[in-house]
Write a protein that binds this ligand. Structure first.
Ligand code: TEU
Ligand code: CA
Length: 596
């Protein structure tokens, strides 16, 4: 087999620039702030930094609405600041991956402004459609079909200038680009080459599996007058779902292969990861199989969608066997070809220690954060650490609607509680507290000062979103030199991946699949076999049967003692791990990797 590419043994750290480090006292993180923290990131041991968007943007969706792909928004700094960050990162052996948002632009992009004129060359760069026949343009019910936006309301917005509707899966300030148009694709590829030539090391591609839309033989979308395609059913909020016609569309592979040829062929040392709503584990294998020349890896979503009752605002407690089955599906699909990304957190997800761990007290928070980190990082694939995850940062635990900033959360509250009346305010506040994207967007907690060191204590303005008061206990300064901290543990996990090929390249086999508290699996490469057992519960549990049998293999009998030198890494200390495994049990939130 060809040796694994460099990113198969790498760890990526996601930075949400707006919340990472403010250096000019305006309450927003900025590029100079990232540059000022490169030594911290280098010390943690990560290899790649993925920056959420810092391009020019009206900030309607916090930068995922881009109005100029080739300039930096003044909120974050300048192109010179970006060049400085690239140079300083590369000096430390860190690579920089930018966020590529090309399923849609901002409605303030020059391309969209031009597109409003039907005679302009950009007229066909977006999805424009006339009002339904027999309706009054601009009036409710005149939309081309009943699709709803992920951020509330109709997915169609009427533009008076052009006298037609434009399609937007996300906010009305994020019109979808028309990838059917080769001029659009050309412009995207030129921009990507411009950034790579500037020294960027790759891209995380925002909802890249939504760019190819399903139309009928005449290019009509479902529900349009005369379309051969039927729109889906109307949901409880009064809209139909665009996803069946926009996820993993008919030209998905063609566009990704063309992008690879036009942008990446001939280059090396780069990395691409596609955000892939609507993609199954099997399709992941095809898209990430190097033989198909598309993307290096994808973010799949089944494992962060299953713990709810049909919608993220109705959260459910973790059912571990379900999570294990989903992760096993991911891992087995790419056992022979293709690759997996590994993540439990990002800027769209609640913080994993609050979601699947226990943040109700310090001991359980620290232990469950380590257990969840061990579980994820011992899988086969490229791990992603979301800013603050390495500190065990928690959800915001907001109690008032005015504490939220995210348009997805605020629009969902209005639409579900005040318009469609499908959830009570109380139930929605519980849903927001558990699943709002703002949970991951509170400022990075650097120290115990007033604004957690995110911005100066005497800053002229408050941070754009509240700092979590638990920054008093949870912050980088308190953890940096503490060998028992979550930070220290993540540092060891990252070092283990770099040092032990079985961790990055070894096969992965689930054991004790049905156990409800213990997540156990075997990694093996050559004669190295590692058993990972993690108690993802707050109670002491017996090792399940298969794990106990494997542990006994390392001992000289079914109940023989375990030797300390078989312990590779453990969330508690090695002696505690030896004592637990000798008793064939695990303490609450105890995780151990043992050589078997
Ligand atoms: O996210 C797309 C996406 O899948 C999420 O928005 C998800 O649908 C949502 O959080 C509901 O669970 C990408 C970016 O990561 C997100 O921040 C942007 O808001 C979105 O695309 C539009 O660019
Ligand atoms: Ca700033």
């Amino acid at each position: 087999a060809t040796p694994n590419p460099w990113w198969a043994n790498a760890v990526v750290y996601q930075i949400y620039p707006r919340s990472f480090q403010d250096t000019n006292g305006d309450g927003f993180g900025d590029l100079k702030g990232i540059t000022s923290r490169l030594d911290y990131l280098s010390d943690l041991g990560v290899d790649v930094l993925w920056l959420s968007p810092v391009y020019k943007s009206p900030q309607d969706d916090n930068g995922y609405d881009i109005s100029d792909y080739r300039d930096i928004d003044p909120l974050f700094g300048t192109l010179a600041d970006m060049d400085e960050l690239l140079a300083e990162a590369h000096k430390r052996g860190l690579k920089i991956v930018m966020d590529l948002v090309v399923n849609h632009t901002s409605d303030e992009h020059a391309w969209f402004e031009a597109s409003k004129n039907p005679d302009d060359p950009h007229a066909d760069w977006y999805w424009w459609r006339p009002a339904r026949p027999g309706t009054t343009p601009g009036e409710p019910g005149a939309e081309p079909n009943r699709w709803g936006s992920y951020f509330g309301g109709s997915a169609w917005e009427y533009d008076e200038t052009r006298g037609e509707y434009y399609f937007h899966q996300f906010s009305k300030k994020q019109p979808d680009l028309n990838w059917e148009n080769p001029a659009v694709r050309r412009a995207v590829y030129d921009m990507m080459n411009w950034w790579l030539d500037r020294g960027v090391d790759g891209f995380r591609m925002d909802v890249i599996t939504l760019i190819s839309k399903r139309t009928d033989s005449n290019g009509k979308l479902p529900g349009e007058a005369g379309s051969e395609l039927e729109d889906g059913p109307i949901g409880e909020e009064g809209y139909s779902n665009p996803s069946p016609f926009c996820a993993d569309g008919p030209r998905q592979d063609e566009f990704l292969a063309e992008m690879r040829r036009e942008v990446f062929d001939g280059r090396d040392g780069f990395m691409t990861v596609g955000e892939a709503p609507g993609i199954t584990a099997q399709r992941n294998e095809y898209i990430t199989d190097p033989a198909n020349g598309e993307l290096d890896m994808l973010f799949l979503f089944e494992h962060v969608d299953f713990d709810s009752d049909g919608i993220k605002w109705k959260p459910r407690a973790l059912e571990l066997p379900k999570l294990k089955r989903i992760m096993a599906g991911y891992q087995t699909a790419v056992a022979k070809a293709g690759w997996a990304s590994l993540f439990t957190g990002n800027h769209d997800q609640p913080r994993v220690v609050s979601r699947w761990g226990d943040d109700s007290n310090e001991d359980d928070r620290v232990r469950s954060a380590k257990a969840l980190g061990l579980m994820l990082h011992m899988h086969r694939g490229t791990p992603y650490v979301y800013q603050g995850e390495e500190l065990g940062m928690t959800d915001a635990h907001f109690t008032r609607l005015d504490q939220y900033r995210d348009l997805e959360s605020l629009n969902a509250f209005r639409q579900r509680v005040e318009e469609a009346h499908v959830q009570t305010a109380e139930s929605m506040m519980i849903g927001l507290a558990a699943r709002s994207r703002d949970n991951a967007r509170t400022p990075m907690q650097w120290d115990a000062s007033k604004y957690a060191g995110f911005t100066a204590p005497d800053a002229s303005t408050e941070p754009w979103i509240s700092v979590n008061p638990n920054c008093a206990e949870i912050n980088a300064a308190a953890e940096f030199d503490d060998p028992e901290s979550v930070y220290a543990f993540y540092k060891r996990l990252i070092a283990l991946r770099h040092d032990n090929p079985a961790v990055s390249a070894g096969s992965w086999t689930l054991v004790d699949a049905d156990d409800e508290h213990v997540y156990a699996f075997v990694r093996s490469l050559g004669d190295e076999r590692l058993l990972t057992v993690v108690n993802l519960s707050g109670r002491t549990v017996d090792l399940p049967a298969e794990s106990a049998a494997l542990v006994s293999e390392t001992a000289d009998s079914a109940c023989g003692p375990i030797s300390a030198d078989a312990i590779v890494i453990a969330t508690h200390d090695a002696d505690h791990a030896v004592a637990s495994l000798t008793k064939r049990e695990l303490a609450p939130w105890e995780g151990v990797v043992i050589r078997i």
